[in-house]
Design a protein around this ligand. Sequence first.
Ligand code: PLP
Length: 398
Amino acid sequence: MRFSDRVERLGTETAFAVAARAAAHAATGARVYPFHLGDLNFKTPGNIVRAADKAIAEGKTGYCPNGGIAPLREALAADVNSRRGTSYKAENVSIQPGGKPVIGKFLAALMNPGDEVLCPTPGFPIYESQINFQGGKVVPYGFVSGSDAFRINLEALEKSITPATRLMIVNDFQNPTGAACSPEERKRLAELAVKHDLMVLLDEAYFELHYDGNAGSIVSEPGMAERSVLLYTFSKKYAMTGWRLGAAIGPKEIIDVITRMNVNEESCTAHFVQFAGVEALTGDHTEQRAMVEELRRRRDAALEILNSTPGISCFTPTASFYLYPDVTGLMEAKGFGGDYDAFAEDVLVKTGLSFCTRMHFGTPLPGETRRHIRLAFSGIGIDDIREGLGKLKEYAAS
Ligand code: PLP
């Protein structure tokens, strides 16, 4: 088979491979504690499910407008405006089958081959994959970790900007670290984008999953609404990962191009699913709020055990449903040095704990010396969190 050259550059999301390894281990009869995948073990709220049922029963099962149905585009613009102080209208919204398609479509709309794109590492691996696939150049930027923070290394980021730098990807409320940008960071990033005339993909997939009231957005900064495309998704906020519902939100000219891509690729997002989205945004939020509270309890339970485990220390994430503990001491004590795969396999076999490592989140930067793993607490209940991390603690102490 002769594949195109660009297929050679297409990456993947290796977290799915970890899921497959965990399933194989469970098939041997072993107990597995699933901390690997950013999926939720909460049911989609009942009012949202009922809205989809009703839409199907009413025959909302055909093609619909390529950019999404008007009530959903309107409701989404209103929802985003109320939380971010923007003034989007329905024409600024293009409904997508999930948040993920926004990444490739943003790049396809704005990046030419050879253009440089600032991209976080560690970060969601699809950024790198899509930039490479579409012939751009990844310019990675990193983070500075401290006991109470994970900050973007803004000095290094600015130094890496060249005349070829056209785009910047920012994932506020970050996967995998769980860090949210501080208000000062948002301001600095916005100033950099304006100064260097960069278009920004602002991935706020975890915007509503925050635990300390800090829910600002870079798009609210001066000059940013004109140069940002927001990645919006219903996946994490409403436990709707498998429904595939999201949106690109931004300047009308770009949104029109993205909607033209919808025409070429999927025609439209499933019609009845969009009615579920309208109910999600405008209906009762009791179950959604209860989910965020339960996630907070899980986070706190996990942190307590992790931070009393020898060789591990974990920053308290203020957003998302991920913990990104520093396991350098534990890996060294167990003789694994930098061999993440051997470490993860040893922990899986000896404790049943399944998780992703730093290596699943983009190419490490030179000089990165600390070692991290990512624990997702979205798909595992609080009792299993305590039991599983208790086993990790015994493993560390042995
Ligand atoms: N962005 C980030 C940072 C994510 O972690 C994810 C999913 O894990 C997505 C975007 C895409 O999610 P979805 O396509 O389900 O909306």
